[in-house]
Design a protein around this ligand. Sequence first.
Ligand code: M6R
Length: 609
Amino acid sequence: MCGIIGYVGKKPATPILLEGLHRLEYRGYDSSGMVVLNHQGVNLIKSVGDISSLEERLEGRRLEGSCGIAHTRWATHGAPSEVNTHPHMDCKDEIYLVHNGIIENYRELKENLIKEGHRFRSETDTEVLAHLIERYYNGNLEEATRQALFRVRGTYGLAVISRREPNKIVAARHGSPLLIGVGENENLIASDAAAVMRYTHEVIYLEEGEIATLGLCGIEITNIERELIHREAQRLEWDLEEVQKGGFPHFMLKEIFEQPEVVENSIRGRLILEEGLAKLGGLERVYDHLGKIERIIIVSCGTAFYAGLVQEYMLEEYAGIPTEVELASEFRYRKPIIHRDETAVLAISQSGETADTISAIREAKRKGALTLGVVNVVGSTIARETDAGVYNHAGPEIGVASTKAFVSQLAISALLTLMLGRQREMSMVTGQRVVSSIKNLPEQIREILKQNESIKEIANRFSHYNDFLYLGRKYNYPIALEGALKLKEISYIHAEGYAAGEMKHGPLALIDENFPVVAIVPKDSVYLKVRSNLEEIKARGGKVIAVATEGDQEIASLADEVIYIPKTLEVLTPILAVVPLQLLAYHIGVARGRNVDKPRNLAKSVTVE
Ligand code: M6R
């Protein structure tokens, strides 16, 4: 997720672009840049870091000109560096472009463009768009953009300008949001309304596949077939904060609702259905080495640790690789046994900056392990220090409680399992079954999110309890742990996650009418076992909220409340089961009046021991 802002009008563009970038900073903040056109030429400025570093670079200067585009980046391809910062240019420094999204086929496009003589400067997927547009450009920027986009696979929200047409911005949308701010003798383009609200409240949302040309006093929108689209502007009634949260009351809820798209981004271009394969570009260099690995140790903390536990079940069942999961804070002080060349140590971390996980990886490296990372923040310490890795592409996570990063970590775990499994004994048919089930996940998560209101009602009925027990077994044992963690961190309610089979060994003593149980009980290989745990709880007067598979009517007789999730392969149930638990925790936190985005005592990234 990156932020785009563009302005064409009569006022100086720089302050407008800068203000827009500030409003979009929550979408990405590892580097930013802007370009402003005037009749003499071009002013381009870029900076690594947040928007204030770009401002420092400007040192109060105004880049002359009243047409320009700007971008705040959340890196996906290529580390946060000046050369990878948008705007990107063609070979002649004539075309300037900012982009939000992922160009899936950028490698092949880049190879062909290089053969044709184009010179690339960055490692980004975006730069291919600038060169492709250059290839088709002969004075009509809109037509060249259209031709270029015909060749592109992936997602984009983009804005492009040309030195030869100084009062024009061309914008296009496919999979990444864009809207036009309609003003008097001026128009703006932006990734979201927050960036334009200071100048206008009249907006036109671009639809999928549309291309818009913005001039001083006119806007033309066409679809990919060149048909003219007429759409009235609508008036924005939201205030700024509401807009940044996309209309949601909290970032946490927004991020929960982003999860279908997050899974799409995490798996995009990485699955081959016909061959039942996952292709992870970041692991290609070590692919042969991975084929020889005999043991994997996963190191991580908090929610990422629970993602590791799910990964352990997946790898052992589908890839046959002995796997251990270690809290990074423990691993760093143990004397881990690592067999050089045979052991891979995998760090899972949203931020890539968690101090304990960094130390664990350094220790593993010292001992000669192959080190791998599953990281969301591109260019972070773990991403840089591991031998190879996979990026989540989940976009910035603002809420302190991890939600979308976790779901993305689980999706990547499934891809990694598929890749390592197919390298070993997994059959193509099994691989195909897993691939097609993974592809259904975004739609299935959308179905679960439709139950938000009924989950809120359950949350309101249960928000006065002071203790909760979360139970799950096998793949969903880590989800019980994660559900309990979500509840404690944002509502400050005491919650314990347990393996359902352990209940009889102690926690059952806690159960009475004041100690509700949240049970994850999908129709899987341990369904009957967990169901009998529920019977034991009911026999002791306990209250039960069950997360069960659609169509399971039996469970309703054992539970006070049932939240249904769609049917999927057992290995993928955690990805669905966690979503209602996130919503439950969120609504209980809100009902208790907590600051769910910034729980007391917690920081988003734990960079100290
Ligand atoms: O950035 P990381 O994934 O390495 O962070 C690990 C934990 O600090 C993090 O998951 C933490 O537990 C979250 N607050 C959980 O919601």
